[in-house]
Design a binder for this molecule. Structure first.
Ligand SMILES: Nc1ncnc2c1ncn2[C@@H]1O[C@H](COP(=O)(O)OP(=O)(O)O)[C@@H](O)[C@H]1O
Ligand SMILES: [Mg+2]
Length: 162
């Protein structure tokens, strides 16, 4: 359990290289639907921004995605609009940053360090936790608790099928 919400679906994936992480992201981008919210947690350098680069490719975005750590949010136009947020410097009790408006848009919202704003997150979302095992190896835990996102994870596992 993360954020105190009951998770009905949990998949664990082993990723062996940066290219594989990009490929997984690309699959997510292809399966993304309007209003999808993805949260990415994991230490600095785990690969949250790298996964987001793949998601952007899957959405048909040709611009290079870079970390929004200092700007909090970057917006990219693709098949769906990508809102890429990094809330490393935000904490939900003190912030007046209007996160919710991005969750409600018809785009895809990817939030790095989402655990910092856990109080603001709707339960319809996909949570991805990335653990760095050293070298280029990563373990991803992908979770959801609502039907639409459980279905997306199912499709993702089939599509990625490495
Ligand atoms: N399997 C992997 N997945 C993601 N990134 C990897 C992987 N192997 C090596 N890397 C490298 O690790 C770094 C991850 O950085 P980044 O994606 O910015 O992390 P974060 O956004 O979590 O701080 C990049 O330099 C990337 O090239
Ligand atoms: Mg990052």
């Amino acid at each position: 359990m993360i954020f105190g919400t009951l998770k009905l679906m949990k998949e664990v994936l082993k990723i062996d290289s940066r290219d594989e992480m990009i490929e997984l992201g690309r699959c997510i981008g292809e399966l993304a639907y309007p209003n999808l919210l993805l949260t990415l947690n994991g230490d600095l350098g785990a690969g949250k921004t790298t996964l987001t680069k793949g998601i952007a490719i899957g959405l048909g975005i040709t611009k290079i995605v870079s970390s929004p750590t200092f700007t909090i949010m970057k917006v990219y136009e693709g098949r769906l609009t990508l809102y890429h947020l990094d809330v490393y410097r935000i904490d939900d009790s003190s912030s007046d940053f209007e996160l919710e408006e991005y969750f409600e848009d018809d785009g895809v919202c990817v939030v790095e360090w989402a655990e910092n704003v856990s109080d603001l997150l709707p339960k319809e979302r996909i949570d991805i936790d990335i653990k760095d095992l050293g070298d280029d190896k990563r373990i991803l835990t992908i979770e959801a608790s609502d039907n639409k996102n459980i279905e997306l994870i199912d499709e993702l596992i089939k599509r990625f099928n490495k």
